[in-house]
Every structure is written in C-alpha cells, then in structure tokens.
Design a protein around this ligand. Structure first.
Ligand SMILES: Nc1ncnc2c1ncn2[C@@H]1O[C@H](COP(=O)(O)OP(=O)(O)O)[C@@H](O)[C@H]1O
Ligand SMILES: [Mg+2]
Length: 312
C-alpha cells in the first residue's frame, strides 16, 4: 500500500534562472511516501535543473524544498543523508573497481570502514555483479556501469532515490534491467523520483507523472488519469477490401477528425463503441469486407503532445 498522506518531497514555488532563461518557473508539487514519481518532459524542459535543486546541488533563486520535512537549504547534511542521487551523466570512477566505487561512496556517507566490505558485497550480489566486484568499471558495459552508479547511491540505504534519466542511452535489455531494479527498490520501501523523456517508461513505471515543459508543470496525474483527460484522442483504425467514400461517416458527426495512414483510415472519436457499430452497418450496407478494425485507446503520448504543444 502506498501511503497517501505523508509527503517525502515537498516543493513550493521553486524557480531557477540562467541569465535570460527561466529553466524552472515557480513549480510546486509533492511526492508521497513509497511512490514512483516521474518528471516527464522534452529536452531542455527543466528536469535536470529541478533534480539538482531537489538534491541540494544547485541553489534555487527562490522557493522551498523539503526532504522528509527537512529544508535542504537550511539543513543540507541532514536532508542529504536521506537521499541517494543517480545523476544524468553518472558519477562512477571508471579506474576503480565496482566494489571500490561502492566503498568510496560509503566513506562519503560516513559508514564505518569495517562494515563497508560486507555492505558492498551485499549490494553487488543483489545486482548480480559479485563476480565482477574486483574488475575496473571501465571494463563494464553501459548498463553495468549504471548498475554501479545505482549501487553507489544506495550504500547508505536512503529512503528516497533520485534518478535523472536512468535509462537514457542504454540498450533495450539494460533499460529493462534498470527498470526492474527501480521497481524492486520501490517494493522494498524506497520512494523514487525519476526524470525521463521516454513516455512509455513513465507509463509503465510511475504511480504519478508530472509533465514539465518550458520550466512549468503542465499537469500532474496518474498515467491513466492523464490519458483519460484526452479521451478525444481515442480512435478506430479501419481498412476495407476496396476504396471507400467516407463522407457518409463524417455526416454521422461521430468523428472528431480522420487521418489516412497508407491503406488505412484512423478515425478519431470520443466514442469508439458507437463508431464501430456504425462501421459494421456501413460495411454491411455497402458490401465491404474489413481488412483491419482496431480500437486505439487514448495514449499517454497523445496527452503529452497536447500538454507540451507550444502555447507561446
Ligand atoms: N548551467 C547552466 N547554465 C545555463 N543554462 C542552463 C544551465 N543548466 C541548464 N540550463 C538551461 O536551462 C534549461 C533547462 O535545462 P535542463 O534542466 O538541463 O533540462 P532537461 O534536463 O529537462 O533537458 C535549458 O534551456 C538549458 O539550456
Ligand atoms: Mg536533463
């Protein structure tokens, strides 16, 4: 069960400018205990700038960040002990071994030297990397490097983990592995804040998604909630065995618009059920055979495109 009431991250009117560019513009939101919260936005939207402010790496121009109730500007060390950070570019030392990287991170967090060897081994074992523990990270694949990144960020067992585009630049296999790691950590109780420009990743991974564009939050909701907001992006895809005149269907007023895709038509509607029934009768009356007939639900992609359309 996700706890609905406790806010692990609380952000109020956070703003950061770089010269004339307002990278983050008065954003406010909260992240609940044990949820996977995704910040979804195109390149340059302000995701990395936000994550750097939330983790105390960058000082905001204005606004507040509370981590587990602790103000990160007033009490940075206390706040930082609660969190693990996996930055966009990663921060592994490639000349060191996997184990040395974790031990170094542990020293940074003040974990006693005596405990660290075992702790590092336990984390490496969890990630299936124990056999490679003593190999320099420069001999690792990108996916394995990212695992070491994550391993180093959780050595102090943080309750909250920040990941900036954790799967960007990885092959499909490694992406899947990283997503599994994120889910498993979440199931064991870690709250996750991640950024992504990958819509499907936000869709399958996140309990809630904030869509950020031009430094502003365009919407925050569950993936399903965001899709529902865009019911008019539902469609029915059809093709018949011979070319047809669709003007009759347009007269039915069931369609929002239609689009030709090769030999198929995509008919946008807020009521796919009615359109399908209409089409069945239409095919019957005109002696047509369906070669394709598919209902396509609203997608997070449609929601995303709508919400990030340039309004300026
Ligand atoms: N250190 C910086 N100096 C100047 N401009 C920056 C700096 N960091 C980010 N920006 C600008 O702020 C905006 C948001 O960038 P960023 O937060 O990196 O976006 P995202 O991570 O969503 O791709 C962009 O216009 C970017 O060029
Ligand atoms: Mg970024």
């Amino acid at each position: 069960m996700k706890n609905e009431s406790i806010k692990v991250i609380e952000v109020r009117e956070l703003t950061k400018k770089f010269g004339d560019v307002t990278a983050v513009n008065q954003i406010s939101f909260g992240v609940r205990k044990r949820e996977i919260f995704g910040f979804l936005g195109p390149n340059g939207a302000g995701k990395t700038t936000t994550i750097r402010m939330l983790t105390g790496l960058l000082t905001p121009d204005s606004g507040d960040v509370l981590i587990g109730g602790v103000d990160i500007r007033k009490n940075p060390i206390k706040a930082k002990m609660k969190i693990g950070v996996i930055p966009e570019m990663g921060n592994v030392y490639v000349d060191l071994t996997a184990k040395q990287n974790i031990i170094l991170a542990g020293r940074f967090y003040g974990i006693a030297r005596g405990e660290l060897g075992n702790k590092a081994d336990a984390i490496l074992a969890k990630f299936g990397l124990l056999e490679r523990a003593d190999d320099p990270v420069k001999t690792f694949s990108k996916g394995m490097k990212q695992q070491v990144n994550i391993a180093s960020a959780i050595v102090h067992s943080p309750e909250l983990l920040f990941l900036d585009e954790p799967t960007a630049g990885l092959d499909v296999q490694s992406q899947r592995m990283i997503k599994t790691i994120i889910r498993e950590m979440n199931q064991r109780g870690t709250t996750i804040f991640l950024t992504t420009h990958n819509i499907e990743e936000a869709n399958v991974l996140c309990d809630r998604v904030g869509i950020i564009n031009n430094g502003k939050i365009a919407a925050i909701d569950t993936p399903e909630g965001l899709k529902r907001t865009f019911e008019e992006t539902q469609s029915v895809e059809i093709s018949f065995d011979k070319p047809v005149d669709l003007s009759e269907i347009e007269e039915s007023r069931l369609l929002i618009r239609k689009e030709k895709l090769g030999d198929k038509w995509r008919l946008y509607t807020d009521n796919p059920d009615k359109v399908v029934k209409y089409l069945a009768q239409f095919a019957q009356d005109h002696n047509l055979i369906f070669t394709t007939m598919e209902i396509c639900g609203a997608s997070l992609e449609d929601a995303f495109v709508k919400l990030t359309e340039d309004k300026y």
